[in-house]
Ligand binder design. Structure first.
Ligand code: ZN
Ligand code: ZN
Length: 375
């Protein structure tokens, strides 16, 4: 069949993207779903920093590729041996497909799935195939999803079924921003009522973490970013204090306000400087958690003596540090119970044809979560 999709032919084009147009929206061929694969009509896809990292080249991925990894839609057709989805199901896509058979999957850590991460690196579906083509030229899949398209063929294990009462533009958020941000709070940091937390980097994931920390009952939530309008938004979402990352004494201020540092500091920005700040804001015996994915060539420096003598924990959190098949329905329930008001993360809805403008708005920090919606 045919589908419109936003193809990245090569990384590293200059900004503004509205002019250089790294993503070309064109008609592509989409092969039918194979064994344990599903054809999904996508209704919404979020524009996330990890898409931007592929466009600017800080995250290497094979091209040509249809980007997009935070998406929701409706199952149109199922391939052979699909067991847990049916036509008409509403689904959220997950950006690491779990094989449910490898070592990490076997111990309940699907974020580390060997086959899933290999497929993501190679730009294929979980089974190793590509279903997208432009004529005879194969097109790579982004994170097994390629959500910036009207239709997608994905592994059934890339999808989690959700209650059909949730609007699909909001549902898309649960695939990356909410899964990652709330998961970091609930699974990786295990924030408990009364704890003090700091969150550095207020993009979609950081703001979702603010919501998650509030849901978890944190005593104080200090939101930190360089952009004043992000600090204001974080206050509206439930941050109890804000600090500009550009203030010369930002670390000292947080340590003083929390009498020696926060119990958990999150780096959600993908910059090494922010992770170092998070480490310095963490109290003795506390946890520093990072969801940021900096350029893989960058290195972190910290004091191993402090790590030991202060019994510190430094933890990475990927895919929300849990099992998306369990976490997403749980977070959706919280949304429906109005305990997790994630709709406030959406700053704009755009048609697919304006995706390059959306990437500019993300790069400059003027947007929070922009959702591509399909008519
Ligand atoms: Zn993402
Ligand atoms: Zn696996």
């Amino acid at each position: 069949m045919k589908t419109l999709g936003a193809v990245l032919r090569s990384s590293g084009k200059p900004r503004p993207y509205a002019v250089s147009r790294p993503l070309e929206v064109i008609e592509l061929d989409l092969d039918p779903p194979g064994r344990r694969e599903v054809l999904v009509e996508l209704r919404a896809a979020g524009i996330c920093h990890s898409d931007l990292s592929v466009i600017d080249g800080s995250r290497e991925r094979p091209t040509p590729m249809v980007l997009g990894h935070e998406a929701a839609g409706i199952v149109v057709e199922t391939g052979p041996d699909v067991t847990h989805l049916r036509r008409g199901d509403h689904v959220v896509a997950v950006f690491v497909p779990a094989c449910r058979a490898c070592g990490p999957c076997g111990v309940g850590r699907p974020a580390l799935c060997e086959a899933g991460n290999r497929a993501n690196g190679e730009g294929t579906l979980l089974s190793g195939v590509r279903r997208l083509r432009e004529g005879r030229e194969p097109i790579h899949h982004h994170c097994g999803i390629s959500g910036f398209a009207q239709f997608a063929v994905v592994a059934e294990n890339s999808l989690v079924r959700i209650d059909s009462s949730v609007p699909l533009d909001i549902a898309a958020l649960f695939g990356c921003a909410v899964l990652t941000g709330v998961g970091a709070v609930m699974n990786s940091a295990r924030v408990t009522p009364g704890q003090h937390v700091a969150i550095i980097g207020l993009g979609g994931v950081g703001m979702a973490a603010v919501l998650g920390a509030r849901t978890a009952g944190a005593e104080s939530i200090t939101a930190i970013d360089t952009l004043p309008h992000k600090l204001k938004q974080a206050s509206e979402l439930g941050a109890t204090a804000t600090v500009s990352a550009d203030t010369h004494d930002a670390i000292a201020r947080v340590r003083e306000a929390t009498r020696g540092g926060v119990d958990v500091a999150f780096d959600m920005s993908g910059s090494v400087r922010a992770l170092e700040m998070a480490w310095q804001m963490t109290r003795r015996g506390g946890k520093t958690v990072s969801c940021g994915l900096p350029d893989s060539r960058h290195l972190l420096s910290l004091s191993p003596a402090q790590l030991v003598a202060e019994e510190r924990v430094l933890q990475g959190s990927y895919l929300g540090g849990g099992d998306p098949a369990l976490d997403i329905p749980r977070y959706v329930d919280w949304y429906r119970e109005e305990r997790l008001p994630v709709a406030s993360l959406i700053s704009a809805r755009l048609p697919l044809g304006r995706i390059n403008e959306g990437m500019d708005a993300l790069a400059t920090g003027s947007a929070l979560r922009q959702i591509i919606v399909f008519p």
